[in-house]
Design a protein around this ligand. Structure first.
Ligand code: CO
Length: 430
């Protein structure tokens, strides 16, 4: 797990995750493209392009691609975003960071642990340009203290957390420097040159392998950096096929995806349309390519909780270490349909990867993910899958070591396949 842990620790925010992936692609010989400048392709070339904290990477097959084999993941996780003004005086002679919720976290898990801030800043460059840079304050910086049990006797019975009151981090005692001074120091720039910032809290606790036989992994941001990691491994390790493998890393899944780098925007569809244009494909060739494309939306799934098995569906209840989870929903909150499930299931069967099925217990609402959003923008058969995990949206989540191997093997096989349609009903998986 060492390499995954290095990736995770280098990715405290979605912006850092995209940057960490970009560095890995640079090292693998990928050419960075920019949406604002012309693209030129070499036969069999490998490319990536970024938009905010989102990233698309793809490889060109020898001829015109038969389809696009996309694995879509997200780099953001529930946390707290720092407000623009940053800090404010508080009771007890203290100063607090002022923060808002980002996504639906389990609040209690953020209390009483060392936290810090990371994110993105814009800088005024000497030539008048505005440049963007990631920043990570790499030390224990703030903490959100609980109220003592003596003052809140109900703390262990149905506690509630008011984000405006209970979840504001302690920044310091007495006279405190500005948050921006700490951020400027971490970035190695002067405070005056920072034009704007978006900063988020991140959990400082290191990832860990645990369990009786070392079979469990616990770490911050497993949702969805575990799937980001496995899909990147699969993307880079897949055998060549007649299709175009596409690594799609989105931002803002936790807040609904309707953003610049979210699956509700046009980043994936625009990137693929432009790639086809640059390859000189005709409109009909592009439509045929889309008809032969597939999207795997890889986002973590709920394993059955040992203390609360009653929350699981009676017979669609995944277990830790049991293999890749295929998610179904009666109201199509998951994008999985019969065709996408069959294609993905067949890929897993051939790769000898175990799969499990997930449904919400029918009287629970459950979550949703980017698959159903992505399909509205890039409308091709889409399957929602995930790695089983516990404590989703905790500041420190738990999964199984074996499922990293399951997920990586499944996605490597998916990226190496190129299903095509021969008439309406027949899919040929090669
Ligand atoms: Co997720």
């Amino acid at each position: 797990m060492t390499r995954f842990f290095d990736f995770l620790c280098a990715s405290p925010t979605a912006h850092h995750a995209a940057e960490t992936v970009a560095r890995r692609l640079d090292g693998a010989g990928y050419t960075r493209l920019s949406e604002g400048t012309p693209w030129q392709f070499a036969p069999g070339g490998a490319y990536y392009v970024t938009r905010g904290a989102a990233l698309m990477a793809f490889r060109l097959p020898k001829g015109a691609p038969t389809g696009a084999m996309v694995v879509a993941t997200h780099g953001d996780s529930p946390t707290f975003s720092v407000t623009p003004a940053g800090t404010a005086k508080a009771g007890g002679g203290c100063a607090r960071l002022t923060v808002e919720k980002y996504g639906g976290m389990l609040c209690a898990t953020w209390l009483d642990r060392p936290l810090s801030v990371a994110g993105v800043i814009t800088l005024r460059a000497e030539n008048g340009a505005i440049c963007t840079r990631t920043v990570k304050v790499d030390r224990d910086l703030v903490i959100i203290p609980s109220v003592a049990i003596h003052m809140n006797r109900n703390a262990n019975e149905g506690a509630t957390y008011n984000a405006a009151v209970d979840m504001q981090p302690l920044w310091g005692v007495g006279e405190t420097p500005s948050l921006l001074s700490a951020v400027a120091e971490a970035a190695g720039v002067s405070e005056e040159d920072i034009l704007s910032h978006r900063l988020w809290l991140y959990n400082r606790q290191s990832p860990s392998v645990l369990g009786a036989a070392g079979e469990l992994v616990a770490a911050p941001r497993l949702d969805d950096l575990a799937c980001v990691w496995c899909s990147l491994e699969g993307f880079l390790g897949a055998k060549p096929s007649a299709a175009m493998p596409v690594f799609a890393l989105f931002d803002n899944e936790e807040v609904g995806s309707s953003t610049l780098g979210g699956a509700g925007g046009d980043f994936l569809s625009a990137t693929l349309a432009r790639a086809c244009e640059c390859l000189g494909m005709t409109q009909e060739q592009r439509q045929m390519m889309q008809a032969n494309s597939f999207v795997v939306s890889a986002d973590n799934a709920h394993a059955t909780h040992p203390n609360h098995p009653e929350y699981a569906h009676p017979n669609n209840a995944p277990v830790l270490g049991g293999g890749v989870v295929v998610k179904y929903n009666g109201n199509c909150r998951y994008a999985t349909d019969a065709v996408s499930a069959a294609v993905f299931g067949e890929v897993c069967r051939r790769a000898e990867v175990p799969t499990q099925t997930y449904c919400n217990r029918p009287d629970l609402v459950g979550g949703s993910t980017l698959g159903a959003v992505s399909v509205s923008q890039f409308t091709v058969p889409t399957v929602d899958i995930g790695m089983p995990q516990l404590a989703m949206h905790s500041a420190y989540e738990t999964a199984a070591v074996a499922d990293f191997e399951h997920m990586t093997r499944a996605l490597t096989a998916f990226y190496g396949s190129s299903p095509t349609r021969d008439g309406e009903d027949t899919l040929i998986l090669s």
